[in-house]
Design a binder for this molecule. Structure first.
Ligand SMILES: O=C(O)c1cc(=O)[nH]c(=O)n1[C@@H]1O[C@H](COP(=O)(O)O)[C@@H](O)[C@H]1O
Length: 224
């Protein structure tokens, strides 16, 4: 079976991205490319990474009015990513337009509450809820809008899956027991995330910043 690990290749440097991906390709299930990579390398860069033969998770976290997001997703159609992200907070109409514009084979998933945020950050933004309440609320919104799944932390994925048993659950903020959390506030180990119901795990720095990314990916895989 393919590994549930999608490695987050967060770099603007195409050659470095290719080198890291080539090192870890046998121990991960796919490549996640985000804003940093896309702003520097665009659609051509995504195509070059797709040539390595692994599924591509295009993490652009689109969040705008429905028309703009729908047109942006249309512009991305030729890339046929395996997974594409939008922000659930964009609202139901935006989520529906994103899904309608995506290729049939693309899973459109909605980011609920970023794993870098905690209760205090939500309060400061005017959201008077605990992260898990807000994740549940936005998971129900994404489900009702016809999306394929959501992104949430491993702390909430069990509750979110209860609301949406057939949903596709992406869990970032994943840290092996001895790793630094860095800017992530809601973290979980890879094993615990899978046990709680994650469909795939997004793991970046614990692999990409390791002295040997392949060894790091293998060590994480061995814990699953
Ligand atoms: O959508 C995401 O992938 C995402 C959502 C979220 O809530 N938190 C989050 O960290 N991510 C992404 O997951 C990756 C995490 O990277 P590391 O913290 O280095 O493992 C980054 O590429 C983030 O952009």
């Amino acid at each position: 079976m393919r590994s549930p690990i999608f490695v987050a290749i967060d770099t603007p440097d195409l050659e470095r991205a290719k080198a890291v991906a080539a090192r870890v390709r046998n121990h991960v299930g796919g490549l996640k490319l985000g804003l940093e990579f896309f702003c520097a390398n665009g659609r051509q860069g995504i195509r070059e990474m797709a040539d390595l033969g692994l599924p591509i998770f295009l993490d652009l976290k689109l969040h705008d009015i429905p028309n703009t997001v729908g047109k942006a997703v249309q512009a991305l159609r030729p890339l046929e990513p395996a997974v594409l992200t939008v922000h659930a907070a964009g609202g139901r109409a935006m989520l529906e337009d994103a899904k309608a514009a995506a290729p049939t084979g693309t899973k459109v998933v909605a980011v609920t509450v970023l794993t870098s945020l905690d209760r205090g950050d939500l309060q400061a933004a005017g959201v008077p809820s605990e992260p898990h309440e807000q994740v549940e609320r936005l998971t129900a919104l994404a489900r009702d809008a016809g999306l394929d799944g959501v992104v949430c932390s491993g702390n909430e994925v069990a509750a979110a899956r209860k609301l949406w048993p057939e949903g596709f659950f992406v869990v970032p903020g994943v840290r092996p027991a001895d790793a630094h959390a860095g800017d992530q506030k809601r973290v979980i180990t890879p094993r615990a995330a899978l046990d709680a119901g994650a469909s795939i795990l997004v793991i970046g720095r614990p692999i990409t910043q390791a002295k040997d990314p392949d060894v790091a990916a293998r060590a994480i895989e061995a814990t699953l």
